[in-house]
Design a protein. Structure first.
Length: 254
């Protein structure tokens, strides 16, 4: 079986290395090379390769952008070529057909090609494409804060965000309230809101963010406002501008 391969890599030396390594694979024919994501999209559509060696970190349109543009269900088999961070590598481990982490050696290259050859021999395109779809979901997922550095008795402690019950604004600072103590950090409420997982943390007032798991009761006031009673006994008043957030929480919980 002949395998048509496309090389997508923005570094000339890396393209040359892939080309030289592929020359030893007798059943692989290189049908094209691209130095950027946009030309890669055109080449995939024109040449219809069986296999793409796809660089992840390219300017303008990166490797994930290429997959999104073509569509995971229409992509050929992909071997990612990357110097990417450990988050992406964990995602590749879970969902990619295979990947080459720069700098890679010839043995690792041959292993990746053998894995792709086996997948293509069985033409398991449905599985290949579903894995690409799952990979895109993984890398698009926002990387929300799991810990926040706070000072405790002159030391820096990493406070887990799931320990935070609610947050109150104090000028350009924010006070993080846990079940037993509070910590003042130099951070605005807007910046914190963007960094915290919205599935867990809810802004109910321009000066207040609450951990929804720490809400004990909602006490109705007037015109749709509420007193939000927390597990620690704090009584926090919602404001009209954030009414939709509380309504969405109640809709999810009903």
């Amino acid at each position: 079986m002949e395998i048509k391969a496309l090389i997508v890599e923005d570094e000339p030396l890396a393209r040359e290395r892939l080309r030289n390594l592929l020359a030893a694979e007798r059943d692989v024919v290189i049908v094209g090379e691209s130095a950027d994501g946009r030309s890669a999209v055109s080449a995939i559509r024109e040449h219809r390769p069986d296999l793409v060696f796809l660089d992840v970190n390219m300017p303008e349109l990166n490797g994930f952008g290429v997959i999104e543009t073509i569509g995971p269900d229409r992509m050929p088999a992909v071997i990612f070529v990357t110097a990417y961070d450990q988050f992406a590598v964990r995602a590749f481990d879970a969902h990619a057909l295979d990947y080459l982490l720069k700098p890679f050696d010839a043995d690792r290259f041959r292993t990746a090609v053998a894995r792709a050859r086996e997948a293509l021999r069985h033409r398991d395109e449905g599985q290949i494409n579903s894995r690409l779809d799952a990979l895109l979901d993984e890398v698009r997922r926002p990387d929300y804060l799991e810990r926040i550095a706070v000072r405790v008795s002159g030391k820096i402690v990493l406070l887990r965000t799931d320990e935070i019950e609610w947050i109150g604004a104090e000028g350009n600072y924010a006070r993080l309230h846990t079940s037993s103590q509070s910590h003042l950090i130099r951070e605005t409420m807007g910046a914190l809101e963007a960094k915290l997982d919205p599935a867990r943390f809810l802004r109910i007032h321009r000066s207040t963010i609450v951990n929804t798991d720490a809400i004990a009761e909602l006490e109705p006031l007037y015109q749709g406002d509420y007193v939000v009673i927390m597990r620690d006994g704090a009584r926090l008043t919602s404001s009209r501008g954030y009414r939709a957030n509380l309504q969405e929480l109640m809709d999810r919980s009903s």
